[in-house]
Design a protein around this ligand. Structure first.
Ligand SMILES: Nc1ncnc2c1ncn2[C@@H]1O[C@H](COP(=O)(O)OP(=O)(O)O)[C@@H](O)[C@H]1O
Ligand SMILES: [Mg+2]
Length: 416
């Protein structure tokens, strides 16, 4: 069977790795993939926003199943496009992808179905936005409605900051789509990524993850796409999981059914665990990056069986076993990331690391060498029962891998 993964990150590398780990009979392809992907499958050049181009590749390579990694093609309707043409594709359709593509839509949905989320107001007018921030005291949060690659959310401390951000959105129009915002209360607590597989009628929870978004140790510095993560977080337990299912997952699925939204894929709940219990910060409509890099190594069995059953709407017939061991991922980034960074640095000692899995992100293979090709370069992932040993082996590998200007967080998994 031939499987095509759309995307180029560590997430996509991990998806393909998991598929191959179960059976070498699966052949994996990626558009466009990365330097590490070449060791397990074929990378094909292509523009992932051009569905016609992808269709040609799917036909030429006789692909059986397409798996979509990132959110943009989902929001643009890649699943609708391939389904109408009779292909098997994994991910939510355009209507369902609105849960991530519009934060306003997601918030209205949560309000309607009484899913715990921060109190909020929505506006598509600058003047009204100013009136809202005038009466608010910081901290509160302003979120741009549409997809913004993790750059649309700001925690606001005072009126000046609020006004400035509204000006950027409504007047300078720094984001491509319609200017519209959610203005919401700031929640205090610990963040948790909780992902499920679902075909709307039933669901299977994945193992929970704590993601580290800030660039520097101690959660300091700028926001990034994610500098590392581990599973399960120290503050996770059975009671919390039951509460998440009862207050959040199940009401979300009931809401989907009532709204006649046919959701098939991965649904990701970005949660804040507060003193009053879990609250939803946002929904994502796909696997997280780097969450996937720690979730899939803990999964047993055949990911393709799960994916096919979701495409066919038979997820209730499938069971997934998860390993008891913990898993941890440290992302090694290029100098300057998340700001401007240089590319094309040679990555050395990749073949010298032991006892870990390397999921490549911003890398490319050129003349037999692996070069940096992005901000987040490689995710080093380990699995072990003991968190100390786990951190030990992951960081040993992180230190072994060398390229000019590499940087990484040293406190991944150090939670009490
Ligand atoms: N209401 C909130 N209270 C406190 N922090 C928040 C709130 N909403 C978002 N955040 C912070 O901002 C980050 C990004 O927000 P999120 O809604 O996940 O949007 P995106 O991932 O699209 O940027 C969250 O991971 C969290 O750290
Ligand atoms: Mg988020």
């Amino acid at each position: 069977m031939k499987i095509l993964v759309i995307g180029s990150g560590g997430r996509e590398h991990a998806i393909a790795w998991k598929i191959k780990e179960f059976s070498r009979r699966y052949e994996v392809f990626a558009i466009p993939g990365n330097g590490g992907f070449t060791s397990i499958g074929e990378c094909i050049k292509g523009d992932i926003s051009n569905f016609g181009e992808i269709l040609n590749i799917v036909n030429t390579k006789k692909i059986n199943i397409i798996i979509v990694g990132p959110e943009n093609p989902l929001a643009d309707g890649i699943v609708d496009f391939f389904e109408t043409n009779g292909y098997k594709i994994f991910g939510p359709n355009k209507k369902a992808a609105f849960f991530e593509a519009s934060k306003c839509f997601a918030k209205e949905f949560m309000k309607k179905y009484k899913i715990p989320t921060a109190d909020f107001e929505i506006t598509n007018s600058f003047e009204e936005g100013i009136k809202i921030v005038e009466k608010r005291k910081g901290p509160y949060v302003i979120k741009y409605d549409g997809l913004a690659a993790g750059k649309g959310v700001r925690v606001i401390e005072n009126f000046e900051e609020g006004k400035n951000y509204l000006e950027e959105i409504f007047i300078k129009k720094i984001f491509k789509g319609e200017p519209k915002v959610v203005i919401e209360d700031c929640l205090i607590g610990k963040e948790l990524s909780y992902l499920i597989f679902t075909d709307t009628n039933s669901y299977i929870s994945m193992v929970p993850v704590k993601d580290y978004k800030r660039v520097d140790d101690g959660d300091k510095g700028s926001n990034t796409g994610g500098m590392g993560c581990y599973s399960p977080p120290s503050y996770f337990n059975k009671e919390l999981e039951e509460e998440i299912k009862r207050k959040i997952v199940e009401p979300t699925l009931e809401g989907l059914q009532k709204e006649n939204i046919d959701y098939r894929g991965v649904l990701y709940f970005g949660l804040m665990i507060t003193e009053k219990g879990p609250y939803v910060l946002e929904y994502n409509v796909r696997f997280g990056d780097p969450e996937t890099q720690v979730i899939l190594p803990r999964m047993e069995g055949d990911l393709i069986e799960v994916i096919e059953s979701i495409i066919e709407g038979n997820l209730n017939k499938v069971k997934i076993k998860w390993k008891e061991e913990k898993s941890l991922c440290v992302v090694i980034a290029s100098k300057g990331y998340p700001g401007d960074y240089e590319k094309g640095k040679e990555i050395k000692n990749i073949d010298k690391v032991k006892d870990v899995i390397l999921f490549h992100a911003g890398t490319k293979k050129e003349n037999g060498k692996i070069l940096t090709d992005g901000g987040r370069v490689i995710g080093v992932v380990g699995i072990d029962k003991d968190i100390k040993k786990l951190r030990g082996k992951v960081y040993k590998a992180v230190e072994t891998i060398e390229f000019e200007g590499k940087h990484y967080r040293k406190d991944i998994g150090l939670e009490k």
